[in-house]
Design a protein around this ligand. Structure first.
Ligand SMILES: [Zn+2]
Length: 265
């Protein structure tokens, strides 16, 4: 082999398909693999044409679209994300920072176009969460009920900041008051409700800063009851009288008496 031949050797190679010796640039560089194809462009093009005409790509697509294949693919991706969490986080952070404005615009356009769909999805998510997650259910109910009684006076404050205790404290307090057969599963299934021992109608307040508001919504005045238990319904007091028949003074006396005696009525 003379010098000229060896130079030609470096700049060319033979195709694994047609065996013709061709220039290197006739073998496409496969970026993903980091080396040049072993087949020349002409052979590769012929292969693509054949595969297209005999339905090879169509079959591949169909195989990938099978539900079990899609599930498998999902699991593979999930595993990859789990095993490369730091790398993925770093990548998405960088991508987000680089494309912040475009992404925000894209998201806004998408939200605008799919407003109804997104709203329906959100409703469905909440409904399911409400029926399955005790904390979400408790939180929603407290927020909604306190919002209803205070109306504008709630001033966008959280219910926790108004009543002076939190979700965990509420949950553990109610748990302690469970009677036979009660459970949080039954609570989210709406078989149990949280009841005011002294009915809400007994208390008079216009703002959450007032003592009567705090008393009405205090843990001492809340208990779990079966939804079908009539004794907890309406404005009946523990002694059988109705709150609506009491004067303002009588109501105040009743409340004081209840909160000063450590005996639950
Ligand atoms: Zn070839």
């Amino acid at each position: 082999m003379n010098k000229k031949d060896s130079e030609l050797e470096i700049q060319s190679k033979s195709c694994s398909q047609c065996n013709n010796t061709k220039l290197l640039e006739d073998f496409p560089f496969i970026k993903k693999r980091g080396y040049r194809s072993t087949q020349c462009r002409l052979c590769l093009n012929a292969k693509t044409r054949t595969r297209r005409s005999n339905g090879y790509y169509k079959r591949i697509k169909e195989l990938r679209n099978r539900p079990e294949a899609k599930l498998q693919e999902k699991l593979t991706q999930k595993r990859y994300r789990q095993n490369n969490r730091d790398k993925m986080n770093k990548y998405s952070r960088e991508y987000y920072l680089k494309n912040k404005r475009a992404l925000k615009l894209k998201r806004a356009i998408y939200n605008e176009k799919n407003r109804e769909k997104l709203r329906a999805w959100d409703r469905k998510w909440r409904k399911n969460k409400y029926r399955t997650c005790v904390k979400f259910n408790l939180n929603t109910k407290m927020s909604r009920h306190i919002g209803l009684v205070l109306k504008a006076n709630k001033n966008n404050k959280t219910w926790e900041s108004l009543v002076g205790y939190g979700l965990d404290e509420l949950q553990s307090n109610i748990s302690k008051k469970f009677t036979d057969g009660m459970s949080w599963e039954k609570y989210v299934a709406a078989e149990i409700v949280i009841d005011h021992i002294l009915p809400k109608e007994l208390f008079e307040y216009t703002s959450p800063q007032e003592k009567q508001f705090k008393m009405c919504w205090s843990l001492d005045n809340l208990r779990p009851v079966w939804v079908n238990d009539n004794s907890s319904k309406s404005d009946f007091l523990p002694d059988g009288r109705r709150a609506r028949n009491l004067s303002k003074e009588e109501k105040a006396i009743f409340i004081e008496k209840y909160f000063n005696s450590n005996q639950p009525i």
